[in-house]
Design a protein around this ligand. Sequence first.
Ligand code: GTP
Length: 241
Amino acid sequence: MPNLKYKRILLKISGEALIGDSNFGIDPAVMNEIAEEVKEVVDLGIEVAIVIGGGNFWRGVSASAEGMDRTTADFIGMLATVMNALGLQDAMEKKDMMTRVQSSISMKEIAEPFIRRRAIRHLEKKRIVIFSGGTGNPYFSTDTAAALRALEIDAEILFKATKVDGVYDKDPKKHHDASKFEELSYIEVLEKDLKILDSTAISLCMENSLPIVVFDITKHGNIKKAVMGNKIGTIVNKRGD
Ligand code: GTP
């Protein structure tokens, strides 16, 4: 067994990361790739919990900006995360990975309810727990759900998997001179309004000293590198606070 830096991690996968080459929804090839990479990590003996977003199907904030009731828009978004969780579970089970999907919104026909102690028991048995349904409340993002669940299950770190290889001072897709931060403090993220995670999620991590690593999930091997503690993406921690 290699020297493992972490015993239990929470991996936040954004809905957008699942779109791949499709215009919308789930690209099965991306789902398979993610499942494969998570398998490599689980095979090392690391306990993995996942919070999955829903932005590939629905963005609650955009819908509410166009006039929909915010609560309704957010509930639709929460349902989208359940679709993604079931898709990911399917891809993982095809690779003989043991998974359990829990939902913050009661939907007992298709997912277990979120029960913290039960989730921890699954992790101890080396099952991958996929948390869906966000926090179960409107006005909270799936990033906040990720921070909350990470704390509840005593994860040592939150890995935020995105399509960008870290946090930049400006949008690297629009600005060629954008520079990447290797390390940031929670306060810097809030003060610079970097929007890598929303402020509720960052505050929760800050108050509980939960480190966050933001990295690019679309590059093969990155999940394993990240959990092995290799320098990758941007780390947000207590530095300078
Ligand atoms: P252990 O008790 O540790 O063996 O865990 P387990 O998850 O295997 O136990 P259980 O017998 O409760 O679950 C068997 C299967 O049923 C698993 O795939 C669970 O995800 C699923 N399951 C359990 N509770 C629910 C539920 O409320 N709704 C749905 N849809 N599935 C459930």
